[in-house]
Ligand binder design. Structure first.
Ligand SMILES: Cc1cc2nc3c(=O)[nH]c(=O)nc-3n(C[C@H](O)[C@H](O)[C@H](O)COP(=O)(O)OP(=O)(O)OC[C@H]3O[C@@H](n4cnc5c(N)ncnc54)[C@H](O)[C@@H]3O)c2cc1C
Length: 462
């Protein structure tokens, strides 16, 4: 009899697993349950910046589910999982049986526990609904005043989108500098000067004490240092939590997220987890971590999907990385960027907005930090090459000393260590990657691949 797969979630982990299962198994039953439409949260800033319509954030529609013969239950939530009975319970009171289950429920934004956080106009900015709510609240207002509480990676992605729209922006961060889980204080100092010069009002080292509403609906936020900030909308972006509540009492092992092995299996071999909700293998480490970023969600989904379909794929582990456009200034951090116990090479030139830090363990780079303008000194190319060096865990030998003497000449070390060849021959599922099948509105791709891309991908079919 055909295997029955149930997938909970509609984000990148879920949709990549769905497509991968179908690639390997034409007969299996697949049911996908998601309370939101299948979409990519990573596309929300483009909608917020008015660069795309909301539908372009979607990653599957009814026609695509039909094409893959997937029973999609959009708008439904799973309320409980019974691992031994092999069933999931849904909000409509029904239940579904599974042979194999993937939990890809992602994470949610945290609320702020202060007086006034329940007011209309105080909101998170994490989902389709939140984005729509912010767009509704600011419609017709020429230059809305938006205050963001929390200066983390995702918050800053959305800040960048609002900056593109010319909105008046303020940020409050409890820690002593912005992006505390992505940048050290020196790099953050460069980012802060840049943002201030762009007209963004920053308040670091101050916590929010309360939010009050004036008669005209505007909000006044009082900070622990006595300062008050006024805004039309207040965004709460203080962190995220993994969506695990429905697993209570199920016996599925969790820590920060659902614990999974290199096959993406939980402690129940027929139950898999992936994406933001999973705490899985880390590249070059024995620890398991939650890496709530899109590339990890895609990898997890593809590895889980292949294994659910009967393949035997082992995941090498995810790399913690954040690459961010801070209103025109680029920043990136990788791996163990904050590990002070290792060898560190730092270059700092705040006047030119340049900061680079490479963290070494013997002759391997295990972490990196970058700040700079996109076009300065090959900044973005260097970011990409250092990412490749980390991903391939290349041993740089004598090139370590070369980089110490020529820190802006990453390309030579990258090529000499054979990183491009290693990257080209690295595959997740043991074969070349294939283009995603979903096309918005059933259309065909309109962007032609450059002929030089043919070195890496087969462009003949597109
Ligand atoms: C605004 C924004 C911008 C981002 N930009 C980037 C970026 O530039 N680069 C990057 O690497 N990452 C980015 N991220 C992070 C990235 O989007 C996430 O890491 C990724 O979406 C995780 O995918 P996922 O499939 O694990 O979970 P999600 O995408 O969160 O999908 C999980 C889905 O499951 C649904 N669900 C949850 N519980 C249930 C239940 N019980 N029953 C049914 N459905 C349920 C959720 O509502 C959700 O729709 C961004 C995130 C946001 C919010």
């Amino acid at each position: 009899m055909a295997t029955q797969h149930v997938i909970i979630g509609g984000g990148p982990a879920a949709t990549n697993a769905m497509e991968t299962i179908r690639e390997f198994d034409n007969q299996a039953g697949i049911t996908l349950i998601s309370d939101e439409p299948a979409h990519s949260r990573m596309a929300l800033p483009y909608w917020l910046a008015a660069q795309i319509p909301p539908e372009h954030t979607h990653t599957a529609d009814a026609a695509f589910f039909d094409q893959l013969n997937v029973d999609a239950r959009i708008g439904q939530r799973v309320t409980a999982v019974d691992p031994s009975g092999q069933t999931v319970a849904l909000t409509d009171g029904s239940s579904l049986s599974f042979d194999k289950l993937l939990i890809a429920t992602g994470s949610s934004a945290l609320d702020l526990p202060v007086a006034g956080s329940e007011l209309a106009g105080v909101q998170n900015l994490w989902s389709l609904d939140h984005t729509q709510r912010l767009l509704n609240a600011t419609e017709g207002v020429e230059q809305p005043r938006v205050l963001m509480i929390g200066a983390g990676f995702i918050g800053f992605i959305m800040l960048n989108a609002m900056h593109k729209r010319g909105w008046q922006l303020s940020v409050v961060e409890r820690e002593s500098h912005v992006l505390p889980r992505m940048l050290d204080s020196e790099a953050a100092g460069i980012v802060q000067s840049w943002l201030t010069s762009r007209g963004i009002d920053l308040h670091c080292g101050a916590a929010v004490e309360s939010i009050a509403e004036a008669a005209d609906g505007s909000k006044t936020v009082t900070l622990s240092n006595g300062t008050t900030v006024s805004a039309d909308v207040v965004i709460v972006a203080i962190g995220i939590k993994t969506n695990l509540d429905f697993l209570e009492g199920s016996g599925v092992e969790t820590d920060q997220g659902i614990l999974v092995n290199a096959q993406m299996q939980t402690n129940f071999p027929h139950i898999y987890a992936g994406g933001d909700v999973a705490q899985g293998p880390v590249l070059g480490s024995d620890q398991k971590e939650v890496h709530p970023i899109q590339p990890t969600a895609v990898d997890h989904g593809r590895v889980a999907g292949a294994n659910m379909a009967g393949e035997n794929v082992s995941y090498g582990g995810s790399l913690s990385m954040n690459i961010l456009d801070c209103c025109g200034l680029q920043t990136a951090s990788f791996g163990r960027w904050d590990d002070a116990s290792d060898d560190v090479l730092t270059i700092s030139n705040p006047a030119d907005l340049v900061y680079r830090k490479l963290i070494w363990q013997e002759d391997r780079i295990v972490g990196a930090l970058f700040t700079g303008r996109a076009n300065d000194m090959g900044m973005l190319n260097d970011v990409g090459m250092v990412k490749g060096i980390l991903q391939t865990q290349a041993q740089l030998g004598a090139w370590k000393q070369f980089l110490e003497e020529n820190p802006f000449d990453i390309r030579r070390a990258y090529i000499a260590a054979g990183v491009p060849q290693k990257l080209v021959s690295t595959t997740l599922l043991g074969r070349s990657s294939r283009p995603r099948q979903y096309r918005f509105g059933g259309g065909s791709p309109t962007v032609k691949a450059n002929p030089s891309h043919a070195v890496f991908v087969d462009t003949k079919s597109s």
